[in-house]
Design a protein around this ligand. Structure first.
Ligand code: PBG
Length: 337
């Protein structure tokens, strides 16, 4: 035909040219490592359902954050496991709550690591829900009616969210990351932070957070499974995309600096639509279940764990995520850029 038969393959013909035309990178500055802190000293408790991840006391956490820093990972997302849980999740906003202790230790040891504090109550409440529980009026639930006798009280929870955000900022958080899916949470936090003098503290909102079965291992890690019911009245239905765009629009209008889509792998379409529609930084959370599936199959020798990890994280970046929050961060051994 006279048409060059290697027209497209020419650009794949050797590794040098392949790397020159690669469109998407996994630079460590794109990655955020989630870490779990619990009280004590010298404590490192492995999380069975998430091989390679641990609950750590603040001193060990600082060592872990330093190891990450050495690999070029300059931001971490903190989750706390408090010494005691109660109905209002009071350790979340206590001046000396576990996350606040960890933030102070990290700030001192690693002043140039970006500290992101997850803000939610499910790890802190005795019932495991992401806010204050109230009884629903309207009498007893009819079996199968789909109505609950309880609900998470949005506005009562907002008051505690405001207190927690200020406690976290005081302890050294650079970014507050509300993950409870309460309406108005971003506006409430922005107002509380500004009022307390933290005008430059950022908000990364879990804007489109789905009610996902992929959170299973995290709930073991953070000891945060709900004791009754489920999170369907505050987290989103996985079948909905338009609603995710409404959630994101609302959070941006309320003052979110960075918006998150969660989980990541089963929601690449959402990441892409959010990135295309709103011109703000987008984070994607490669959640516990996504991590554990890869680890389990890797341990069985069914997949090449490292290659699959890179492929997944590259896909999440390619979909449009600026940041990826991932438990794989430490394992990646990325070249410094
Ligand atoms: C809830 C919260 C969840 C995760 C982080 N914060 C999910 C949930 O239990 O509903 C999940 C993260 C993961 O699975 O890695 N505040």
């Amino acid at each position: 035909m006279g048409f060059p038969s290697t027209r497209l393959r020419r650009l794949r013909s050797n590794s040098l040219i392949r790397s020159k035309i690669q469109e998407t990178d996994l630079s460590p500055r794109r990655l955020v490592a989630p870490l779990f802190v619990r009280p004590g000293r010298g404590v490192r408790i492995p999380i069975a359902s998430m091989p390679g991840q641990c609950q750590m006391s603040p001193d060990i956490l600082v060592k872990e954050a330093k190891a990450l820093r050495q690999r070029g990972i300059t931001s971490i997302l903190l989750f706390g496991i408090p010494p005691r849980k109660d109905a209002k999740g009071s350790d979340a906003y206590a001046a000396n709550g576990i996350v606040q202790q960890a933030l102070r230790a990290l700030k001192k040891a690693l002043p140039d690591t970006l500290l992101i504090a997850d803000l939610c109550f499910c790890e802190y409440t005795s019932h495991g829900h992401c806010g204050i529980i109230k009884r629903q009026s309207g009498g007893a639930r009819e079996r199968g009616s789909g109505r609950n006798t309880w609900d998470v009280d949005n506005d009562a929870t907002l008051k505690l969210i405001a207190k927690t955000a200020v406690a976290q900022a005081r302890a050294g958080a650079d970014v507050i990351a509300p993950s409870g899916m309460m309406d108005g949470m971003v506006k409430t936090i922005r107002h509380a932070l500004d009022h307390a003098g933290f005008k430059n503290t950022l908000i990364m909102s879990y804007a489109a957070k789905y009610a996902s079965a992929f959170y299973g291992p995290f709930r073991e890690a953070a000891e945060s499974a709900p004791k009754f019911g489920n999170r369907h009245s505050y987290q989103m239905n996985p079948a909905n995309a338009e609603e995710a765009l409404r959630e994101v629009a609302e959070d941006i209008a309320e003052g979110a600096d960075i918006v998150m889509v969660k989980p990541a792998l089963a929601y690449l379409d959402i990441i892409r639509r959010v990135k295309e529609r709103f011109h703000v930084p987008v984070a994607a959370y490669n959640v516990s279940g996504e991590y554990s599936m890869v680890k389990a199959a890797g341990q069985k020798g069914w997949i090449d764990e490292k290659a699959v990890t890179r492929e997944i994280l590259t896909a999440i970046r390619r979909a449009g995520a600026d940041w990826i929050i991932t438990y794989h961060a430490k394992d990646l051994l990325l070249p410094r850029i």
